[in-house]
Design a protein around this ligand. Structure first.
Ligand SMILES: *Cc1c(COP(=O)(O)O)cnc(C)c1O
Length: 217
């Protein structure tokens, strides 16, 4: 796989599922990838990346930003409240807002700093105990709470359970977003982004499909 190939497949899925051309944003998930691979994708012209750890992002993106213009980095992993301030410095978007304490910390920082990353509310659609995200039955209230805090809520995000058909979760997330008047949907990874696009994804988070397999050794 490669950036070119994934970009082509996204365009194809847009056409096939009657989505506006260019309406799906590819977030190239660069976590754990060697810097050479990330630099290669930057050199190919891609500018939107995803990281799941604040510390890891802090270690590489300031340097890349110094070398490349218009870089946008999205936090797609969990955020501890005590790292929210650092997240404001590192990320243009946060996909993992999932509790009132964190939402309040973000709202305070937004007021203090006069800007705020774009926010996605993570929904634990599979109700998995080990997974982050607001539970589906609490989602409407939590979205309303965030909107009441004047937070820039762009949409919802989910990570479906590994062993279930992701399309069911994508459809479910799209339904929750629609009834709350939210248009952004961060869903779909390397193995299922086409199905996510079929169900309305506006942001797909693709790692290994763009960069190759991650080497955790
Ligand atoms: C790692 C990660 C991805 C990308 O996974 P791939 O299977 O490599 O495409 C997407 N979303 C989240 C939240 C991730 O942590």
């Amino acid at each position: 796989m490669s950036l070119v190939e994934i970009t082509r497949q996204i365009a194809k899925a847009e056409t096939k599922h009657d989505r506006v051309a260019g309406s799906v944003q590819l977030i190239a998930v660069s976590k754990v990838q060697p810097n050479e691979r990330v630099a290669a994708v930057l050199n190919e012209g891609h500018r939107v990346f995803g990281e799941n750890r604040v510390q890891e992002a802090a270690g590489k993106w300031p340097d890349f930003r110094a070398q490349f213009d218009d870089v946008k980095v999205h936090l797609i992993g969990p955020l501890q409240t005590n790292k929210a301030r650092q997240a404001f410095e590192l990320f243009e978007a946060i996909h993992s807002v999932d509790r009132v304490k964190l939402a309040k910390a973000i709202a305070r920082l937004a007021q203090e700093l006069g800007h705020c990353p774009e926010l996605f509310i993570q929904v634990n659609t599979g109700q998995e105990p080990q997974k982050a995200g607001v539970l589906p039955e609490a989602a409407d209230q939590f979205i309303a709470d965030c909107v009441a805090m004047d937070l820039p809520v762009r949409g919802l995000m989910c990570i479906p359970p590994a062993e279930e058909e992701p399309a069911l979760h994508f459809a479910f997330l799209a339904k929750i977003a629609a009834r709350n008047g939210l248009s952004g949907l961060s869903m779909g990874m390397s193995s299922d982004f086409e199905r996510a696009i079929a169900h309305g994804a506006t942001h797909v988070r693709v790692g290994s499909g763009v960069f190759g397999e991650r080497d955790y050794s």
